[in-house]
Design a protein around this ligand. Structure first.
Ligand SMILES: [Zn+2]
Length: 358
């Protein structure tokens, strides 16, 4: 994901309305229904429901995800050229991505990476091959970091506004499908792997709820799940310490944005707030504020047996968190959870959702 609700790809207007309330597999209402049903079946009195409740809380699923792309305003605020070269990773970003994989592996953790296909044009891709060999999953993040919600071809990416001949007369949906397909092909040819899932560049609070065409296109391209939703929440003003209200807003957004199944059968695994883009680029947080937010969100996920899908960009993190404190913290919290949480890739999260019968 490139950004939050603050900045989007050119010309794309995000719909800020909250999507229709969908019941997640792990929603509190479903859990309490199950608890009540279990209690009734076993003849347990209401007074003992609390004990029963703690027993049926599912194991929290915690994912660390890295979107492998360059980010505007990094490493310096005036850097905007990355908008045209999202997949042209610099050495620092590649080094950080690999080192994070090694750290996570040493702490029994997994990082789910999302590859912008254009990076596979680079001469040396050993860093990414090593990440894959360590067992970390790698998904598809399109070839040029295109906006899948765009309905006009030149609005899919800045690169195509500067160089419209690259569009070759294709419609927006043809551009988007092709951008996804050639990333899958590039991963097969140069990494010898098929993509493990799809994450949209950018995120939307309405996800793909009203875009059945995109759901069907992704299913046809071989994906069973997508990570496209980024929920709305409050942001603190730049260079201001977030107060209780901001953290609460992030926590309630995380609770709201749990995985669900679209009517087409495609699974949605939302990104959990707050992303590094929102925290560091938009609100210019100090690292300690970010670490606090991550810790609160993981505590909540464990209490509720939910999902926390942590999202960041190594192109930002090598500047903001050079000592890998966030990755280390997440692994530590899960390792200390005494089995109440597990570190997983997003496909493991998808597996826990009910499948649509075809
Ligand atoms: Zn992205």
């Amino acid at each position: 994901m490139k950004n939050t609700m603050i900045q989007t790809s050119p010309g794309h207007k995000m719909n800020f309305q909250y999507p229709m309330k969908m019941e997640s597999h792990f929603s509190p209402s479903r859990r309490s229904f199950l608890n009540t049903a279990i209690a009734a079946t076993l003849g347990i009195q209401t007074a003992r429901l609390t004990a029963s409740e703690s027993q049926v809380t599912p194991k929290a699923q915690i994912a660390i995800t890295f979107d492998l792309e360059m980010s505007r305003q990094y490493p310096r605020r005036e850097m905007m050229e990355w908008d045209f070269q999202k997949g042209n990773l610099n050495q620092e970003t590649k080094n950080y991505s690999l080192k994070a994989a090694e750290i996570a592996s040493s702490l029994n953790g997994t990082i789910h990476y999302f590859c912008v296909g254009r990076v596979l044009e680079q001469k040396d891709i050993q860093w990414l091959k090593t990440i894959s060999k360590l067992g970390h999953p790698i998904g598809n993040h399109t070839y040029d970091h295109v906006n899948v919600w765009a309905t006009e071809p030149e609005k899919t990416q800045f690169r195509f506004q500067r160089s419209p001949w690259l569009l070759g007369g294709k419609s927006a949906d043809q551009v988007i499908r092709q951008n996804i397909r050639i990333t899958t092909e590039a991963m097969k040819q140069r990494l010898n792997i098929s993509p493990d899932g799809f994450r949209t560049p950018g995120g939307s609070s309405t996800a793909l709820d009203d875009r059945e065409d995109l759901q069907k296109m992704l299913l046809a391209e071989g994906f069973s799940w997508v990570s496209s939703k980024y929920p709305r929440h409050e942001y603190s003003p730049p260079n201001t310490e977030p107060d209780h209200e901001i953290y609460q807003s992030i926590l309630s957004a995380q609770k709201e944005a749990q995985p669900y199944v679209y009517p087409t059968g495609l699974i949605e695994i939302p990104m959990s707030p707050i992303s590094d883009v929102g925290a560091f680029r938009t609100s210019r947080w100090k690292l300690k504020y970010f670490l606090k937010s991550v810790e609160l969100c993981i505590q909540q996920a464990i209490e509720q047996g939910g999902v926390f899908d942590f999202l960041c960009h190594p192109s930002i993190m090598y500047v903001e968190d050079p000592q890998f404190e966030t990755v280390k913290l997440i692994c530590k919290l899960v390792n200390q959870s005494e089995g109440r949480a597990e570190l997983v890739g997003l496909s493991d999260i998808a597996k826990r959702l009910p499948r649509k019968q075809s």
